[in-house]
Design a protein around this ligand. Structure first.
Ligand code: NCD
Ligand code: ZN
Length: 447
């Protein structure tokens, strides 16, 4: 399909583009970007008043397949991704079985090729069975196509194992994605060790349980080098430590989730299990430090940690409900409304955090719409307001703490490899109303 996008505003830091742009798409790739492509004859999609961003890559999601298909599948997770404006996701290895063998990597990739509307990049288990006792068959997993390694979801207590994993990842030139948690400090806890947690009388998870491990990983990184990426940072101590490491020119990247940027422990009020996440939502001062760190470039990436769970599991009390919140279908509007619209982050900084950095860290295509790049992009409506309604999610998981929030910056088109996968909230193959014929896109238009 050949297609000319006109009238939109493009923010693409890698291309140095920040303004009105016409984009010609041909055979799944960006053929040309210019302020005017008048002489070109191609079907036109009028995007007047809309914003175009290089395809966002969510580098931290849980798709639950294999073994947890009741919570999510690769198909439904990828549908949720394109519904939320993401063109790619990296899925964590804490499935059943864990992604620690060639067979499971190849299974995930096969399921993705068969069923997923977005690119799906598997992350391999850092340790065998995620048990933390010995490093996994990292070379084999890399051969089979994982884009990084992580023990996400399960604290890796043995520093010697972490060191060896980092050394091996360095040889493979692959990122280690650290879930920084000292389980001796966090064990049994369910909420942040703060005012609110104490008042609820629930067992707590102190900030030190994260910061201690952040410090360890930074010291190991200084020794080893390579690519260290700190997942879902939640507290100001971690931010301070990352700042210290960057000043020492230790090479690393760090990530924050929308829920840690926009919520505090207060969200657990009324024993609200949809706000029970790991690491826990912390204090207002922690939240402010995270927002500031993102603006200052101390934290470079926003990822959702999309963690779908079944309604019945989340209806258990706060003590027993599993940790996690879905994020794919709320992240972009939240970031647009609460950071960009408020002037806390420029559109270029947003694209760095959700597209450019993730592409660079995972070493995957995308992150920019320069000529020759894959035509992976999202079009968002910066003005139209929309109220979050979990029942409308394409994800099987409805466990969001943002239900009922009214947000702007709604994604209205998601294109992957030049193909429109989401059109005005309707997802290809998942929504009966999704246009049957391509020409409908041009005739109907987007406004
Ligand atoms: C994640 C999950 O459900 O798999 N839960 C969460 O609260 N973040 C695990 C994890 O990323 O720690
Ligand atoms: Zn985690």
């Amino acid at each position: 399909m050949e297609l000319l996008l006109k009238g939109g505003v493009l923010h693409d830091p890698a291309a140095g583009w920040n303004g009105p742009a016409e984009i010609l798409i041909k055979q799944g790739k960006v053929e040309a970007v210019s302020t005017s492509l008048e002489s070109i004859e191609a079907p036109v999609l009028d995007l007047t008043g809309k914003v175009i961003l290089p395809g966002p890559i969510d580098m931290h999601v849980h798709l639950r397949e294999p073994g947890g298909e009741g919570k999510e599948t690769i198909a439904t997770g990828a549908a949720a991704a394109v519904a939320g404006g993401f063109t790619a996701v990296a899925c964590m290895p804490n499935t059943f079985p864990a992604v620690d063998s060639r067979e499971i990597v190849s299974y995930v990739r096969k399921r993705a090729a068969e069923t997923a509307l977005a690119h799906v990049y598997p992350i391999g288990a850092l340790t065998r069975g995620l048990k933390g006792r010995e490093i996994s068959l990292m070379w084999e997993l890399a051969q089979e196509g994982v884009k990084g390694f992580s023990n996400d979801g399960i604290p890796l207590m043995d520093s010697g194992v972490m060191l060896r994993a980092m050394q091996y990842a360095l040889l493979l030139d692959m990122p280690v994605i650290s879930h920084a948690e000292d389980s001796c400090l966090s064990a049994g806890g369910v909420v942040h060790a703060g005012e609110h947690g104490y008042r609820l009388g629930l067992p707590t998870i102190p900030s030190s349980s994260e910061a201690v491990m952040v410090a360890r990983d930074l010291l190991l990184q200084e020794e080893v080098g390579g690519k260290l990426h700190l997942a879902h940072l939640s507290c100001r101590q971690s931010v301070e430590l990352v700042k210290w490491a960057l000043e020492r020119e230790i090479v690393l990247t760090a990530e924050v989730t929308p829920h840690h940027l926009f919520l505090t422990e207060q969200a657990l009020e009324g024993f609200n299990t949809s706000a029970k996440v790991n690491p826990p939502l912390r204090s207002a001062a922690d939240r402010e430090a995270l927002v500031k760190a993102l603006g200052d470039g101390v934290i470079q990436v926003v990822a959702t940690d999309h963690a779908p769970h079944m309604r019945l599991e989340k209806e258990e009390g706060l003590m027993d409900a599993p940790f996690g919140a879905v994020g794919l279908e709320t992240a972009l509007p939240l970031l647009w409304t609460l950071l960009v619209d408020k002037g806390l982050l420029t559109p270029l900084q947003l694209v760095e955090a959700i597209s450019s950095f993730p592409a660079r860290i995972l070493n995957v295509p995308g992150g920019t719409l320069q000529k020759g790049s894959p035509a992976d992009l999202v079009v968002i409506d910066p003005y139209r307001e929309h109220t979050v309604e979990p029942r409308e999610f394409y994800s099987k998981g409805k466990n969001t703490p943002f239900g009922g929030w009214t947000l702007k910056g709604l994604p209205v088109i998601t294109m992957v490899g030049g193909d429109i996968k989401m059109w005005k909230g309707m997802v290809k193959g998942f929504s009966d109303e999704f246009p049957r014929e391509e020409k409908t896109f041009f005739l109907e238009g987007i406004s």
